[in-house]
Write a protein that binds this ligand. Structure first.
Ligand code: NAD
Length: 311
């Protein structure tokens, strides 16, 4: 495989690059290093089958050039993280809409199969236990403060589907549910690395809101091989597939787990949402994937437990 990984210097993208190189593929990562970092790829520097191109998915000419060298495109580049989205909604919208259009259109022009990374946020306020792929999605229940991210990702799915259908190329959409693991930074609002950093520094572990909101964290080491397998599975083509973990936890329980696992003497401090993100911020109460579609398609079975991910 000659793979192009947009967002390859990011958290999930860099693990995907590692995995593809370990499997003997050629990889070009395209990243503007806005939330990603070259240090995530230093283990691959100098590898004959690996190249990092620094630039934006908004640069149509560059994207076309990079994609021309590949036969498979994994599109992960996006403006991500609650802070980025809340502080820069328009910039996020531009990256997440036009960036995806550029990448998918280039893939189609170059006849490359492609995967587009989407998110559990397309399910909006829906807090059903075990969200299946046909559950109600954002258009019926937007979360206002996260609308630009969720709506853009919802439209990205459409861009992927419509081009996939029209071109007949293999295309897969993955909806990630709170993926965590090494190299994820807490700087942009990701809760697990933020709690770990606070606990290791002996600072208060800050839980936003009451902490009763529930999440289910998935390991990057489970989802990365699943992405590759989905692109090799014709029954997955032109479908959106949930990928995540299976252990549900409240954010208060998570804070305590992190404190216990790191042997920290930090206390838990509750911070109102408005203080963390400004007036009018809304969060979803629950986010829990139903991964039975992935299980049926590729025998997806999350192996990593939350405690192992944190330690
Ligand atoms: P990340 O921030 O580590 O990765 C995103 C990467 O995209 C970064 O390296 C960043 O520098 C790059 N990028 C941003 N704008 C760019 C641009 N204009 N041009 C080129 N590169 C650009 O975040 P991640 O968690 O690894 O997310 C990867 C993908 O998975 C994203 O599409 C994200 O929306 C999706 N996702 C992740 C999660 C999760 O739990 N981590 C959940 C849902 C969806």
């Amino acid at each position: 495989m000659k793979a192009v990984v947009t967002g390859g210097a990011g958290f999930i993208g860099s693990h995907l690059c590692d995995h593809l190189i370990a499997e003997g593929h050629q990889v070009v990562a395209l990243d503007d290093l806005s939330t990603g970092s070259e240090s995530n790829l230093e283990q691959l520097s100098g590898h004959p089958d690996f190249e990092l191109v620094k630039g934006s998915v908004l640069d149509e000419v560059l994207v076309d050039d990079v994609v021309a060298a590949g036969d498979t495109v994994f599109h992960l580049a996006a403006a991500v993280g609650v802070h980025t989205i809340v502080d820069k909604p328009l910039e996020s919208l531009r990256t997440n809409l036009h960036g995806t259009e550029n990448v998918v259109e280039a893939a189609v022009r170059r006849r490359a199969r492609y995967l587009v990374a989407s998110t559990s946020e397309v399910y909006g306020k829906n807090d059903a236990e075990g969200l299946a792929e046909d559950a109600d999605r954002i258009l019926g229940s937007p979360l206002k403060s996260r609308w630009s991210y969720a709506a853009a990702k919802g439209l990205d799915e459409l861009v992927a589907y419509v081009h996939g259908g029209a071109s007949g190329l293999p295309c897969v959409i993955t909806r990630f549910f709170n993926i965590v693991g090494p190299r994820q930074t807490g700087r942009y609002g990701m809760v697990v690395p933020r709690f770990v950093d606070q606990a290791l520094a002996g600072e208060p572990v800050t839980v936003y809101g009451e902490g009763t909101q529930r999440r289910c964290f998935g390991s990057v080491f489970d989802v990365v091989p699943a992405m590759v397998r989905l692109l090799e599975t014709p029954a997955a083509y032109n479908r959106a597939v949930n990928l995540g973990g299976k252990e549900e936890v409240s954010i208060s329980e998570l804070a305590q787990r992190v404190i216990d696992l790191t042997g920290s003497d930090s206390a838990v401090r509750h911070v109102p949402y408005e203080e963390a993100y400004g007036e009018g911020y809304e969060d979803m109460r629950r986010r829990m994937p139903d991964t039975s579609l992935a299980a049926g398609l590729i025998d997806y079975e999350p192996r990593w437990r939350l405690d192992d991910i944190v330690t």
